[in-house]
Ligand binder design. Structure first.
Ligand code: SF4
Length: 182
């Protein structure tokens, strides 16, 4: 399956717990003021890749704990991101997904869109909500602004309300990657 990609970071420690392979998808319609990556907004920019090619790159990347789907907006390419997330889980790796949507918005969208449901259910930690410049916080672990949450998706779906992750191990590095979103 084809997916529009803004970039790949094969080894990151600032986009979720542990060493992670990060896929930045291309395209986001939300246009948050102060977004770190406005170059990822245009759905016609970036490059088209095949999901199999991305999976091969992940397979040969050693020592990673998991894969982070960031952007751009992964839920606006939900079919391809869901396929990737499901296959990556099959490799024994975990999934962190950054979304401009909140968990509650995605749960509602999932009722009408099976691919949103698949991606949500394949995600271990959802970093949810748009970046809000007025709530910027350089010390918020793996997040850009205080309104964003680290949502444990499986537990939240089971309990019917947001269950937040306790602050995971963070090496203290500032979230200053030029490709970091949200
Ligand atoms: S912060 Fe995230 S959701 Fe908002 S415009 Fe940028 S990429 Fe899109």
């Amino acid at each position: 399956m084809k997916i529009r990609v803004a970039g790949i970071e094969r080894e990151s420690v600032v986009d979720g717990p542990g060493l992670r392979f990060v896929l930045f998808v291309q395209g986001c319609s939300r246009r948050c003021p102060g977004c770190h990556n406005p170059d990822t907004w245009d759905f016609d920019s970036g490059q088209e890749m095949d999901t199999d090619e991305i999976l091969e790159q992940i397979k040969i990347t050693r020592l990673i704990k998991g894969v982070t789907l960031s952007g751009g907006e992964p839920f606006e390419q939900a079919a391809a991101c869901a396929l990737l997330a499901e296959r990556i889980k099959g490799m024994g790796l975990d999934i962190v997904t950054y979304a401009g949507y909140t968990f509650e918005e995605l749960k509602s969208k999932a009722l009408d869109d099976v691919n949103v449901k698949r991606l949500l259910e394949a995600t271990d930690i959802l970093v949810d909500g748009s970046f809000i410049a007025g709530e910027r916080d350089w010390d918020a672990t793996f997040r850009g602004s205080r309104n964003q949450r680290l949502v444990l998706v499986r537990q939240s779906l089971a309990e019917g309300e947001v269950v937040r992750a306790a602050a995971p191990y963070c090496p203290g590095k500032k979230p200053d990657s030029p490709k970091r979103k949200n």
